[in-house]
Each structure stands twice: as structure tokens, then as C-alpha cells.
Design a protein around this ligand. Structure first.
Ligand SMILES: Cc1cc2nc3c(=O)[nH]c(=O)nc-3n(C[C@H](O)[C@H](O)[C@H](O)COP(=O)(O)O)c2cc1C
Length: 149
């Protein structure tokens, strides 16, 4: 069955460690049950999340996420089918924004929203090879067909 990959950006509202911990714990619990994997890149000025899984599951989750008042200006950046997951072992990985991503000035000037699909995807492809953030939870062991351990 084809997978859906969805990437969106948003602006955190009331961002702190406690809020982030709650979001990630809920995501890790719910996503494991729904067969969704991905990562959440975060900083005070930016959420950038990649969700991958069955289309119906990803779309249902995205509807909930768009209504969440812990962020605003949710903008879809990539929405496509994909043969393979980028983060098959992570129900929701935690990735603090890295210095090689956009600066705060870039973000405030709208660089994320105007980035191309390839530019956005390149960020996640590079992240796969980097160590995850401390709130990533426990990696799953090859839970989905086609996934590499
Ligand atoms: C930036 C951001 C990312 C989120 N990511 C997820 C996610 O991957 N999975 C999830 O279930 N909820 C996620 N949420 C939370 C949902 O918006 C919603 O609160 C949650 O799914 C409700 O779960 P519940 O019905 O178990 O309480 C996210 C919220 C925000 C603000």
C-alpha cells in the first residue's frame, strides 16, 4: 500500500520544554498505534514536522494537528506518496533545529514557507544520518513492511 509523506511548518504558540514534552509523548503514543512515523523539528520560532504512514491515518492526524492551538500558521510544504519511510523506527523523533537549517531571521522572513519541495526534503534526508534529540522516545524495531531496521 502506498505511503503518504506530509511535511508542514508552523509557528509555536507558548513554546517551552513542558509543552514540547507533552506533544511528543502524545505523538509517540498515538502514532505507534496508527502506524505513523516521522520527526518533529522544533525551536521557539518553528515547528517543522514530517509525518509518514497510511494516507487515511496521516490525513486524520493532520486535521487534528491543524486545529491544535499550541501553534499557528500551519502551512503544508510537501504532500506526496512515497515508496519508503525516512524514519521507520521513530513513532515521533525529536529534532531540535540544527545550525545548518534556517536562521531565525530566515524564518521570520518566510523562508520556510517559500522553500521548494526538494529543499525541504533535503533537510530531513540529512537529519536521518544525525543523532536524534533527547525526547525522541524509544526506537521501534522494524515495525512496518519495507522498513529497514
Ligand atoms: C506541532 C505539533 C505536532 C503534533 N504532532 C502530533 C503527532 O505526531 N501525533 C499526534 O497524535 N498528535 C500530535 N500533536 C497533537 C495533536 O494536535 C492532538 O493534540 C493530539 O493528537 C490529540 O491526541 P488525543 O486525542 O490522544 O488527546 C501535535 C501537536 C502539535 C502542536
Amino acid at each position: 500500500m502506498p505511503l503518504m509523506r506530509l511535511i508542514y511548518a508552523s509557528h509555536p504558540f507558548g513554546f517551552d520544554d513542558l509543552v514540547l514534552t507533552h506533544i511528543l509523548k502524545t505523538a509517540q503514543r498515538n502514532n505507534a498505534a496508527a502506524g505513523i512515523t516521522g520527526t518533529l523539528i522544533c525551536r521557539e520560532d518553528l515547528y517543522l514536522q514530517l509525518l509518514e504512514g497510511e494516507r487515511a491515518e496521516v490525513e486524520a492526524l493532520y486535521e487534528k494537528i491543524k486545529r491544535d492551538d499550541r501553534h499557528a500558521d500551519v502551512t503544508t510544504l510537501v504532500q506526496e506518496t512515497s515508496a519508503q519511510r525516512l524514519f521507520p523506527t521513530w513513532a515521533m523523533r525529536h529534532d531540535p533545529a540544527r545550525s545548518w537549517m534556517w536562521t531565525r531571521e530566515d524564518v521570520s522572513q518566510g523562508a520556510v514557507e517559500t522553500a521548494t519541495r526538494d529543499e525541504v526534503l533535503a533537510i530531513f534526508i540529512r537529519l536521518v544520518a544525525e543523532p536524534p534529540g533527547p525526547l525522541s522516545g524509544t526506537p521501534r524495531t522494524c515495525p512496518f513492511s519495507g522498513a529497514k531496521p
